[in-house]
Ligand binder design. Sequence first.
Ligand code: FAD
Ligand code: NAD
Length: 406
Amino acid sequence: MNKPKIVILGAGYGGIMTTVKLQKMISVNDANITLVNKHDYHYQTTWLHENAAGNLHHDNTRVPIKDVVNFSKVNFVQDTVESIKPDDNKVLLKNGGEIDYDYLVVGLGFEAATFGIPGLIENAFTIDSINTARLIREHIEYNFAMYNNDPEKKQERLNIVVGGGGFTGIEFVGELANRVPELCKEYDIERSKVRIINVEAAPTVLPGFDPQLVEYAMNSLESRGVEFKLGTFLKECHPDKIVVEKDEKREEIPTLTTVWAAGVRANSIVEESGFENNRGKVEVKPDLRAPDYSNVFVVGDCALIMNKETERPYPPTAQIAMQMADIAAHNLKALISGSEETEEFVPEIKGTVASLGDDDAIGVVFGKKLFGWQATVMKKVIDNRWLLKLGGIGLLLKKGKFNIFH
Ligand code: FAD
Ligand code: NAD
């Protein structure tokens, strides 16, 4: 009898954890497992803002796939998925090949939502991979280096705009607030000349989060020189300026550096491949299968699940992606062995912790508010926990965050 072919797309939180679980749960005699990913490494997306600001080297954020996936049990294909043909059980790859599957796990993550804002795709940076984070770090540093070599000393080299004051935008400005004084020292620039501007459309940053913690975050960031433009929409992005609008009044801000962190959508491959979708995401069945294809599981940011209490979708988070991986792996095993029922996915939201730089943070964990050093420690514990889950104590000791007390 032919062994069933399981193909996993993407080595992010959802995809790599599904793979790591499956390689332990399923014998090579029972199924062929293939993991497809663009790069030969996994990266912790949740650390990328630290790399983008230049506070943490990107090698700390990535893990070679061979270090956590057993290549004698899993076939690894380094390639870019171009499209999925769910009617034919095939995945088409950039390098021309195609892969057949009996069961598929889609874990291709997110991409920036740009809402059709003119100039964003062409001129703004986004924090979504090691490559984009490294580019932002280099670009900022280049402009600091250029400033004193530029006869005009253009202010736009020193104005850094971050669009969106959600968790990504706030975590990134927190890192920048710590990095900028170091860059100023290195390139002989007065700190007062540099502007870090956070543009948020809602009347407050972190809309919907605990107001006391939001106030704490704003005070912490403002005391380190971050300017907030609240109730302000980023309307256009040009190579050397942005246009913002507040109360129907427009303003131009000269800048060579706009980082767009104002929302995400599922990888557009999902929508383009013809899956039934809700604004680009697959609203999965309780056991994480696509409603229209019972051999396709969708995990992480490509999947949509509703919170029955709030009647709103759960936000796309690594926390949920890794929990989904546990259930997807369990359910695949159940289907292959034919002996067990599939399990329902029930998210267990433990809380939210956001960094404000390496030395400050805010959060709510199991209903308890945290800020300052307690939240900072908790954030690092969360980051370390992932490493432990993914690669055991060896990976934790190699890449873990142990500079807990400042
Ligand atoms: P991802 O982790 O994004 O992985 C997708 C994988 O697919 C990547 O390896 C990518 O290279 C690969 N891939 C993509 N396209 C292709 C293709 N065409 N072909 C082959 N491979 C492909 N969530 C939290 O819970 N806590 C946090 O503290 C937190 N912090 C965050 C900080 C930042 C800066 C950002 C941007 C997000 C943060 N999030 C956080 C959200 C979290 O990162 C995402 O929800 C999570 O990464 C989603 O996991 P995933 O497995 O769906 O996709
Ligand atoms: P988000 O959707 O949570 O926030 C985007 C923000 O941009 C919103 O506040 C929105 O009002 C604003 N915005 C939208 N359009 C705008 C415009 N034209 N001009 C100005 N502001 C505009 O997106 P995110 O921050 O990228 O987060 C994505 C997901 O990742 C979320 O689910 C989030 O919870 C998760 N995340 C979690 C953490 C953490 O837990 N520490 C950190 C980062 C991201």
